[in-house]
Design a protein around this ligand. Structure first.
Ligand code: BEZ
Ligand code: FE
Length: 286
């Protein structure tokens, strides 16, 4: 055992870090050293009272108690602090021209049905009809055939099917499509609405105390995969949404906005007016 100094206010971080010198996992030791250094610096800057520190401990305890198989309050906390988007940015640096990524969110369902290209993912005929179309391309502009497109969206009231079991049909507004030789995709949906992230727990309470709203602007979620390319987890956002500049989880990127354009076109198969949403996705090579 190596000789170590006693704990002092001035040397607090270094004393604690040196205690971890025998850690077998070098990455763990590095991560803990950075965390300890920043945490001690924050405590020195804040100088919390003992009551305030206990309040912080109770907040984290409550966050843990809120977690279950279907609710991850710590991910929500990471989301509203911008940490989820920062981890996403660090792990998804893309070459020029490739589509940008954004958060996955908690409402993806792994086994959504594979549907024929052009299918309507809206199973309850509720909402403003929408045609969604575009191409999956590489960074040279070539179409990618055989790309898997997994799409999901909230309905016209801002709810996912999994939040309204027994109200919306299972797999409503979800589908998996595969591109053909020309790399194009098209399907029907309905205009999604903005919605609040789950805000009935400690994270929602914190948002209210900070004077923040819990809303995400209207969007469609995508996971796009193709052999030889990086998996793309992203959204398309409505630029006219009231919350486009204040997404509760910081997921919006300028490059991921596309207009929902009202249109009538007898050749489209839609009766009367529908919204047209066109967006090309560009995948980076893995
Ligand atoms: C979502 O877009 O589904 C989402 C993302 C982060 C937190 C909550 C919801
Ligand atoms: Fe969402």
């Amino acid at each position: 055992m190596t000789e170590q100094g006693f704990f002092t206010e001035a040397d607090s971080a270094e004393v604690v870090i040196s205690r971890n010198a025998a850690a077998k996992d070098a990455r763990l030791a590095e991560v803990m050293a950075v965390l300890i250094r920043h945490l001690h610096a924050a405590v020195k800057e804040i100088e919390p009272t003992e009551e305030e520190w206990l309040k912080a401990i109770l907040f984290l305890s409550e966050t843990g108690h809120m977690c279950s198989d279907w609710r991850q309050e710590f991910i929500l906390l990471s989301d509203i602090l911008g940490v989820s988007m920062l981890v996403d940015a660090i792990n998804n640096r893309k070459p020029k021209g490739a589509s940008e990524s954004t958060v996955l969110g908690p409402f993806h369902v792994a086994d959504a049905p594979e549907l024929p290209m052009g299918a309507n993912i809206c199973l309850d005929q509720k909402g403003q009809p929408m045609r969604v179309h575009g191409r999956i391309l590489d960074t040279e502009g070539n179409p990618i055939p055989g790309a898997k497109i997994d799409v999901w969206q909230a309905n016209d009231e801002g709810f996912y099917d999994v939040q309204q079991k027994g109200i919306q049909p299972d797999f409503n507004l979800r589908g998996v499509f595969r591109t053909g030789a020309d790399g194009s995709y098209h399907f029907r949906g309905v205009k999604p609405k903005f919605y609040p992230i789950p805000d009935d727990g400690p994270v929602g309470k914190l948002l209210r105390q900070l004077g923040r709203h819990p809303y995400r602007p209207a969007h469609l979620h995508y996971i796009i995969e193709a052999p030889g390319f990086d998996r793309l987890v992203t959204h398309i956002f409505d630029p006219d949404d009231p919350y486009i500049r204040s997404d509760a989880v910081f997921g919006v990127k300028e490059s991921l906005m596309a207009r929902f354009t009202p249109m009538t076109d007898p050749a489209s198969g839609f009766e009367g007016e529908f919204l047209d949403l066109q967006f090309d996705f560009v995948l980076s090579r893995s």
